[in-house]
Design a protein around this ligand. Structure first.
Ligand code: NAD
Length: 470
């Protein structure tokens, strides 16, 4: 029997007050399942439940919350096969990648469970002791995108719970089902009202970001939505963590060993069919190596097996949704019309599904849309440079700054250049790698605040200075 998906409000599974909407499989364009469509009144119920639960959950012991997170990790592990299958069907990525996403969700949950919330002693003298404590904020609203839906929900929810907040999560309407399963797993391990989930689109997102009882929004998604959220969150001065879009540049230095780095470049540019916030999206290559790099990348692209993520042997899935698919197609067509060379791919596959093969575009200039805009899809523009200072300046000439990378055999030289990149994370001989202990976030219009590590954890807290006159 097909599973029925529900909202989760105050520990109960509840049907959507506005009925359901369909979740589409991007590989087949068929309906995966119906998803409940919440009303704004149901969202208000969820926030009320979270607000009520916060009254006691904020005083739960550190140990209690650590144990809860470990039990949640056990629950994710126990349901790993179902979660991975749902991710493939609604998101489109190949099975091995969905399994990696579930594995990442477990690892991040356990890591977050074991983080400590510090108490700093600022003074301890004869007359005075000053301590800096960290308190939870209250109800946290989490709004997630469709590219790594399970992983990003875990990144939002676990640090919120670990620090004693309660949560109302709204996943993307394009990929909500895995997050409903996650919320079911979580709600079994925490008191009613601590974890709530609502699904539905128009009106729900803005009702969350404007809600007077929500104290913080953690949002991962596009820059325009982030700007709308920031405006809407001003009413009660919500704390914000905004993880927004990027247009990451990678620079290959002339001393790099192209054969050694090509695979790393390809994988980090096309990770999740390029639908990764910190994927390599613009590649700057020195004149002396330009043809060799293009040739290697084309070889790797042609070796991919594009198909349904559920099929054996698929290494490359569809684009997640029609809008994104159309955008990628437009950007490649625009580059072609303006004189760029499409070295491989460049045409959607015929038949059902939003399949667009990995596409390498050469002879591009910085002003072409494919370079200037975030593609967030399976295409990589390769851009020529002859002077490294010029390459750095062009890499930085954009209003977002999530990640960046330098590829070279000279680690010290590469580091000097990487530190000049205007981005939240700079990698050397790598890209797009995120780790639970390394703070991750953007600068410029890629947002603010970080996730992961202790810095990320503390974003879910407010400092309280305890000033004791002895
Ligand atoms: P999106 O901004 O369209 O949607 C993200 C979420 O916001 C969805 O749940 C959506 O329903 C909700 N939403 C839409 N309008 C809203 C509003 N007015 N108020 C509140 N919520 C609203 O983004 P997307 O298309 O789902 O994701 C792709 C984008 O996300 C890309 O730009 C990508 O770079 C970015 N992204 C960033 C990171 C990061 O960590 N920086 C990670 C993943 C994706």
């Amino acid at each position: 029997m097909q599973k029925e998906y529900s909202l989760i409000i105050n520990g109960e599974q509840v049907a959507g007050g506005r009925g359901t909407f369909d979740v589409i499989n991007p590989a087949t364009e068929e309906v995966v399942s119906a998803c409940p469509y919440a009303t704004v009144e149901q969202l208000n119920d969820a926030v009320d439940a979270a607000d009520e639960a916060f009254k006691t959950w904020q005083y739960s012991s550190d140990e209690e919350r650590k144990q809860a997170l470990h039990r949640i990790a056990d629950g994710i592990e126990a349901n790993a096969a179902e979660l991975a299958e749902v991710i493939v069907k609604e998101q489109g990525k190949p099975m091995f990648l969905a399994q990696a996403e579930v594995g990442g969700a477990v690892a991040w949950t356990r890591y977050t469970a074991d983080l400590e919330i510090p108490v700093e002693v600022l003074e301890d003298s004869d007359n005075k002791r000053i301590e800096l404590h960290r308190k939870p904020l209250g109800v946290v609203g989490s709004i997630t995108p469709w590219n790594w839906p399970l992983m990003i929900a875990v990144w939002h929810i676990m640090p919120a719970l670990r620090t004693g907040n309660t949560v109302v999560c709204k996943p993307s309407g394009l990929t909500p089902l895995n997050t409903i399963l996650l919320a079911e797993i979580i709600s079994k391990e925490v008191p009613a009202g601590v974890m709530n989930l609502v699904t539905g689109e128009s009106g729900i997102g803005s009702a969350i970001t404007g809600h007077e009882k929500i104290r913080k929004i953690v949002f991962t998604g596009s820059t325009p939505t982030g700007q709308a959220i920031m405006r809407n969150a001003a009413g009660n001065l919500k704390r914000l963590t905004l993880e927004l879009g990027g247009n990451d540049a990678g620079i290959i230095l002339p001393d790099a060993d192209v054969n050694a780095i090509a695979e790393g470049i390809f994988q980090t540019a096309f990770l999740n069919m390029g639908q990764t916030c910190a994927a390599l999206k613009r590649l700057y290559v020195h004149d002396s190596q330009y043809d060799q790099v293009c040739e290697k990348l084309v070889e790797l692209a042609n070796a991919q097996t594009v198909g349904d993520g559920m099929a054996e042997g698929t290494t490359f899935g569809p684009v997640q949704n029609k809008d994104q698919f159309d955008l990628v197609k437009d950007l490649v067509d625009d580059a072609k019309a303006n004189g760029a060379s499409v070295l491989c791919g460049g045409q959607p596959l015929e038949g059902k599904g939003f399949f667009y093969p990995p596409t390498i575009v050469a002879n591009v200039t910085d002003d072409m849309r494919i370079v200037a805009e975030e593609q967030f899809g399976p295409t990589l523009p390769v851009i020529r440079y002859s002077d490294i200072d010029d390459a750095v300046e062009r890499a930085n000439r954009c209003d977002v700054g999530l990640g960046g990378s330098v590829w070279s055999s000279d680690i010290e030289g590469a580091q000097k250049i990487a530190q000049r990149l205007e981005c939240g994370t700079a990698w050397i001989n790598g890209h797009a790698e995120v780790l639970p202990h390394a703070p991750f976030g953007g600068c410029k219009m890629s947002g603010f605040g970080v996730e992961f590590g202790q810095e990320g954890l503390l974003e879910y807290t407010v400092p309280q200075t305890l000033n004791i006159n002895k």
